[in-house]
Write a protein that binds this ligand. Structure first.
Ligand code: HEC
Ligand code: HEC
Length: 368
């Protein structure tokens, strides 16, 4: 009898009954965000949702890329042709990044590899980020914020928004919907509220889980050795202690650095891509050449699942990426300005790299 019970529990875990109960535990706001996150109706031809490029099976990065990281480095847009010039990062653990700010000439916070969603408009970089993809021509490709609000009004979960925000939530349509990034029209406000719900869902335990071995288990001797090497060589940027309101370390200081990632020549050959082999990152966003070539320090949670690596996906495997941090492998930087001296000369042995790799493996969530 006991045996049967154990089997049933195992069966339930393996076949996703756990997911159902997790969903039921989501708040109303998180559930609304979840509907939007998974709604292909927010892309022009209804072919893709946020989840298409940020899926659980790839640590909330692009599963098409992580399945074939050598050949597929960037995401395909809704039009079936266009490709962006940057590797899709995880959409998990982003909710702790503060609004972009500057201290002693260095920038911190904001969203995207180059910080262009600063958080200054909505007071939340993650919500501001969620306004981007539906209207991005190489992603979901809708024409305007008004169009996105219309798509939500036509969805089978529209009633949740009416119940929560009031009967006039969708009555704003037809108002001026020029998408200027400001909150000056009713449509802008409705679109902002939709984005805020998406951000709430991205912060929920279904995406930002804190369920890794690092969070809940005991590390082996090798993993512990790797953790020590990581502290010495990596934690000046990938902070291994709690920052701000984080409940546990996210392994980023939210800063921007040029670590000297090379041009991804394989990306230059990809038809439809906007990549030109010279991505200046933060520099043009803040209008300061002293920031050229700098990209956001990414979180390393779920890093084993999110291949390829770096902003242009140059590195196919995690070990290649760690090895590049160690000695730069004689590679020429894509942007030869403002390159940091904090990476590239670490003197790590092959064993050290294996140990750091073992430690990074402990940062993978056990998804429900
Ligand atoms: C076609 C693929 C695609 C779709 C669809 C897509 N994204 Fe992304 N996402 C990307 C890429 C590529 C980037 C990196 C772009 C950059 O930094 O310039 C990104 C960046 C992000 C980031 C920033 C992470 C960070 O650390 O800065 C978040 C969060 C995110 N997306 C969430 C979403 C949400 C929410 C949606 C749906 C509203 C969405 N994405 C739809 C490909 C996609
Ligand atoms: C001086 C700051 C700094 C140090 C030190 C540093 N990193 Fe990074 N790391 C970065 C930045 C910035 C990026 C993104 C670079 C880019 O794409 O242009 C990055 C990217 C990565 C990535 C790819 C993440 C992704 O989502 O694609 C991994 C993995 C990584 N670092 C691991 C390490 C390890 C392991 C160490 C120590 C051996 C280390 N880093 C040391 C700043 C640093």
């Amino acid at each position: 009898m006991k045996k049967t019970v154990a089997c049933t529990a195992l069966f339930a875990l393996a076949f996703g009954a756990g997911t159902v109960s997790a969903v039921q535990q989501l708040t109303v706001e998180e559930q609304m965000g979840r509907h939007v996150y998974m709604d292909k109706g927010l892309s022009l031809n209804r072919t893709q949702s946020c989840q298409t490029c940020h899926h659980r099976t790839a640590g909330f990065a692009d599963p098409t890329n992580s399945r074939d990281p050598y050949n597929t480095m960037v995401s395909l847009g809704d039009d079936g042709i266009s490709k962006g010039g940057r590797n899709a990062p995880t959409s998990a653990y982003c909710g702790f990044s503060p609004t972009l700010y500057k201290v002693d000439g260095e920038y911190f916070g904001g969203m995207f590899w180059d910080g262009r969603k600063t958080g200054a408009v909505l007071g939340d970089p993650l919500a501001e980020q969620a306004q981007g993809p539906p209207l991005n021509p190489v992603e979901m490709n809708l024409a305007s914020a008004g169009d996105a609000v219309i798509r939500v009004s036509e969805s089978n979960y529209a009633n949740l928004f009416i119940k929560y925000f009031g009967a006039d939530f969708f009555a704003v349509l037809g108002d001026d919907d020029t998408d200027d990034g400001y909150l000056d029209t009713k449509v802008d406000k409705a679109y902002a509220n939709i984005a805020r719900m998406v951000a709430t869902y991205e912060r929920s335990p279904e995406i930002t889980a804190f369920s890794s071995k690092f969070d809940t288990g005991i590390l082996t001797a090798q993993e512990t050795r790797g953790q020590g090497l990581f502290k010495t060589n990596c934690s000046s940027c990938h902070t291994d202690t709690v920052v701000g309101s984080e409940p546990a370390p996210l392994f980023t200081n939210y800063g921007y650095v040029n670590v000297g990632v090379p041009v991804n020549t394989r990306l230059l050959d990809v038809p439809g891509t906007v990549y030109d082999g010279y991505d200046l990152g933060l520099g043009p966003v803040v209008g300061d050449t002293a920031q050229n070539g700098k990209f956001k320090v990414p979180t390393l949670r779920n890093i084993t699942m999110t291949a390829p690596y770096s902003h242009n996906g140059y590195f196919t495997t995690l070990k290649e990426m760690i090895s590049f941090m160690n000695d730069r492998g004689g590679l020429v930087p894509e942007v030869d300005q403002n390159v940091t001296s904090a990476t590239g000369d670490m003197g790590l042995s092959g064993q050290d790299i294996d140990d750091i790799y073992a430690f990074l493996n402990t940062l993978t969530d056990r998804f429900r």
